[in-house]
Ligand binder design. Structure first.
Ligand SMILES: [Zn+2]
Ligand SMILES: [Zn+2]
Length: 329
């Protein structure tokens, strides 16, 4: 059975769990899904990982949930996206995680492997911020690893400064591998003839850099990628309006409940809890918006499709992203 066929079947299983009104909306979306039979080979975002920065299983964690993740047939990786333009054979990477080596295996386009062999896998890299899960994978794209050819790297001016002034990243800048393109947040920037990108500043622990979410606009759809935010309330934008302005919103789902991380005060690692995000966005989802959760901490039970929490997310018309998921652009 081909991979795409297996994926179609697993998608069908998930569809069976949807309420009728959600099922209609899902099938309408699926009709334009590039991996479905009869779909178009247009640009798409490919989910390369859905876990919080430190991945799943997490280092040194032998709790039942991490042991279960170790035994999974299909692996979990830290949150990241690829943007794929099959006709033009263009590829972009959105955040570079410590799992990047295996994550690139999820890009099935044959042209991608040829380009990787020529050490120029990406037409561009987009970075959200300087927390380890979002850029530390750059290390293996440098001279000890892929030896990447010069690659446009889109990020904020503060993130560009961080990379330029801290080792080992500064070496990748000096060697020309990271062709830094500081990008002004709030404005649309044309990336190529089929893709535009817009960074949105978000409130998030600024130890090393500021943080952005990215909006990507392709020929048919706009996708929001917002893996980390401290709070919806502290954002200068109204998340309901932002979600209404895109076709699909991938958003921070680090924690489902405040009791998840025993021995640590959740105020030290602030993120909106999934149920409160659903309360805030329920009206939009009921009117057809597509909200997909990502960046789940290893303690978040919704990482497992058979959990009560994942079922509740589906029941309310929301989704949890999964590795290999394709979203038309
Ligand atoms: Zn993160
Ligand atoms: Zn972060």
């Amino acid at each position: 059975m081909s991979l795409s066929r297996r994926r179609f079947l697993s998608a069908s299983t998930a569809v069976a769990l949807l309420a009728p009104e959600r099922l209609r909306a899902h099938l309408a979306t699926a009709a334009g899904h590039p991996s479905f039979p009869g779909g178009q080979a247009g640009p798409y975002a490919l989910v390369l990982g859905i876990a919080q920065d430190a991945g799943m299983p997490q280092v040194g964690c032998y709790a039942e949930r991490c042991e279960r993740a170790r035994g999974r047939a299909s692996p979990r990786y830290a949150a990241s996206l690829a943007l794929v333009e099959p006709e033009a054979q263009r590829y972009y990477l959105v955040d570079v995680t410590p799992d990047v080596t295996r994550q690139l295996d999820l890009i099935e386009e044959p042209g991608f492997r040829a380009r990787a062999g020529e050490r120029r896998p990406f037409d561009g890299i987009f970075l959200t911020h300087a927390h380890i899960g979002h850029y530390a994978g750059l290390a293996v794209l440098g001279r000890e690893g892929l030896g990447m050819a010069p690659t446009p790297t889109y990020c904020t001016a503060a993130m560009a400064d961080f990379l330029r002034t801290n080792g080992p990243w500064d070496l990748m800048v000096r060697e020309g591998r990271l062709d830094l393109r500081p990008t002004e947040p709030g404005r649309w920037h044309r990336v190529d003839d089929r893709l535009e990108a817009r960074a949105l500043l978000v409130p998030h622990r600024p130890e090393y850099s500021d943080t952005v979410g990215w909006m990507f606009r392709g020929p048919t759809a706009t996708v929001l990628y917002l893996p980390d935010i401290d709070s919806w309330e502290r954002w200068e934008l109204d998340v309901e309006d932002v979600v209404a302005s895109v076709d699909v919103a991938l958003v921070d789902a680090s924690f489902y409940s405040a009791e998840e991380v025993p021995g640590r005060d959740i105020r030290d690692i602030p993120h909106p809890l999934v149920p409160s995000s659903m309360d805030r966005l329920q009206g939009r989802v009921d009117r057809g918006a597509r909200v997909v959760f990502t960046h789940l901490n290893n303690t978040n039970p919704a990482l497992f499709e058979d959990s009560a929490e994942a079922a509740e997310i589906r029941r309310r018309g929301f989704e949890v992203a999964t590795e290999g998921m394709r979203i038309p652009l």
